[in-house]
Design a protein around this ligand. Sequence first.
Ligand code: NAD
Length: 354
Amino acid sequence: MSQLSTAHTPRVVFANGAIDQLAEEIHLLHKARILLISDESASAHAARVKAELGSLIRQTVTSVVMHVPDEFSSPITAKARLLDIDLVVTIGGGSATGLGKIVALDCGIDLLAIPTTYAGSEMTTIWGRTHESKKITGRSLAVLPKTTIYDPELTYSLPLAISANSGMNAIAHAVEALYAPDVTPDVKASAIEGIEIFAVGLRGIVTDIYSPSAREQLLRGSMLCGFALSNSTMGIHHKICHTLGGMFDLPHAQMHSAVLPWAAQYNQDFASEQLNEVAKVLQAPSAALGLWTLAKDIGAETSLRNIGYPIEESEKVADVIEAATFANPRPFERTAVVDLLRKAYEGSRPDDGS
Ligand code: NAD
């Protein structure tokens, strides 16, 4: 049977200095009333864009809150409606893109994203918001940016620690895409190449944080991993991170980095072909050890203890995960899930899988 691709992607512009093409891209979308959202790190870029676009910019937001609490996004959405905004433009990390997605969704308008981290949200149909302190996520084509502008120069300022954890977050998308029930050849190729790029590029910026070639490669890697995330179904790793984020408000990228090796180990015998491929790309005896070693080498987080996870709550976490439905190669096994959480908490070296 031939395999049909149902992949969705934004129009992608990728080049050093590509932010200068923003006016042209807005023109191509036939938009005239813009809400510009930027995070604190992107304030200089936002000021330049604002000066260049002049009266096209009708509303600005210059700070964002992770996981988009409704009480933060609602007044922004209300004002956007009042001003008849027809395009949201975001410059910043996944939190800025995330706010842009919610405004786009609630107002029924288009989004153009300019990412400055490796989170990958700018490639996906996935939205997330926090309603009455509970994080909820969903998928909708309405939040897939119409256009994504990747400008590697905007990532030169990303500190090593944020780059490293954000990179591990991107790798997590790719690892889970590989064993997703709906993985396609396109997704598989993107995921493998994405992991390969991050393994090399993240070590590259440890040596030279301003390396233009490493920064360009890393942003390309985040595009590929974001594509893999958007076009496949995530498994237990994302379910655990979503649960921990919702229950304890742990920092997103660090949490992904600490949990990923142990989620890979949990699934090892149930998705051995795919995880052995990850190990091969990472030149390690097992996916778990390769992921953990990469995180260690680049200074990404390897322990949930360091980011405040209350280990005594693991049974409650397991209850929430057990009650959720998600696709994963290995069925839910309480003892093994609690053990996974303990290992991610301790952050010690996985064995070599032999
Ligand atoms: P973030 O956007 O919160 O950014 C982390 C920090 O880095 C912030 O302080 C930010 O100001 C700073 N920063 C961003 N770019 C910078 C730069 N170039 N130079 C210097 N500092 C910079 O974190 P994140 O990890 O990018 O995104 C996390 C959020 O994205 C979470 O809410 C997560 O749920 C969401 N996310 C969503 C998807 C999706 O598909 N919907 C995918 C991945 C992540």
